[in-house]
Design a protein around this ligand. Structure first.
Ligand code: ADP
Ligand code: MG
Length: 276
């Protein structure tokens, strides 16, 4: 049994009216514990609808979502499902509830009804995990976008979920903030074995994932490794661009130059130096 099983799910908004919008159409995939999966797709491809299906905020019209074998259709299981799968959304300001950072992070564990000592430990651990310990007595509104998003992640981590779903959580951040948050997520995946589902339309964020799932118009268009970055035309047809350094390598190769496999900017630099 996989940790996450999505089986032939379908969802439509205003489905009983004439202008029904099919947001997710017959999507199936499994995710194993400890995996880092990037879920990418153009605006409107169904990513957020799928994210909400993962923690039972939306129940599929057709098909099933099972988290550790628990079906999101079963109301009695939703509490347990949401303890296993934490979702961080796009705008950190909408996710802050308290005026002191550590109280904000404590909100989730308090709602679980945990002992104060356990709450204290979890808050300290979560703030440490996102590198924000020294800000615990601070006020959220003083933080940068990247720092706020790290606090939002800490708030979800304090529930100790096995899966972290990030729905475009870096899209409102500047490059520095994005890098900060991405590094935190990668570390949590490697060091704490937390399963990560990173939803993004920045293809460079998908480069380091174990697996890439591409959604196009509500359907899965690709599921596999980063070899897909070599198929630029196909990606463009899904409304996705490849990172510049990969585009350069692909173009040089197309023009007959002997460029090897490259994934990072550094590797491209090395290849070009070798050729020169
Ligand atoms: P993404 O996150 O990839 O941008 P969404 O899941 O938000 O995609 O949207 C998928 C489709 O469903 C889009 O056509 C979008 O306009 C539509 N949609 C999303 N949310 C709603 C809603 N609350 N009401 C009606 N249509 C919606
Ligand atoms: Mg979205």
């Amino acid at each position: 049994m996989s940790l996450i099983e999505v089986k032939n799910v379908k969802y439509a908004y205003s489905y009983n009216s004439e202008d029904a919008i099919i947001a997710v159409n017959d999507v199936s995939f499994n995710i194993e514990e400890g995996e880092f999966v990037a879920l990418v797709g153009h605006n409107g491809s169904g990513k957020s609808t799928l994210a909400k299906m993962l923690n039972g905020l939306i129940i599929p019209l057709v098909g099933d979502v099972l988290i550790d074998g628990m079906n999101t259709r079963d109301d009695a299981l939703l509490y347990d499902i949401r303890r296993q799968i934490g979702v961080v959304f796009q705008n950190p300001d909408n996710q802050m509830v308290a005026t002191i950072i550590e109280d904000d992070v404590a909100f989730g564990p308090e709602n679980l009804g945990l002992e104060p000592k356990e709450i204290r430990q979890r808050v300290d651990w979560a703030l440490e995990a996102v590198g924000m310990s020294e800000h615990k007595k601070g006020m959220p509104f003083r933080l940068s976008g990247g720092q706020k998003q790290r606090i939002a992640i800490a708030g979800v981590l304090a529930i100790k979920p096995r899966v972290l779903v990030l729905d475009e959580s870096t899209s409102m951040l500047d490059p520095k903030g994005r890098a900060e948050v991405l590094n935190v997520i990668k570390r949590l995946n490697k060091e704490q074995n937390i399963t990560v589902v990173l939803i993004t339309h920045y293809m460079d964020e998908a480069l380091d994932a174990d697996r890439i799932i591409i959604l196009n118009k509500g359907k899965i268009a690709h599921m596999g490794g980063r070899e897909i970055f070599l198929e630029e035309e196909r990606l463009r047809s899904y409304g996705l661009n490849v990172p510049t350094h990969i585009h350069i390598a692909n173009s040089l190769r197309k023009n007959g130059m002997d460029i090897g496999q490259i994934w990072t900017e550094r590797e491209l630099e090395d290849e070009i130096c070798r050729l020169l």
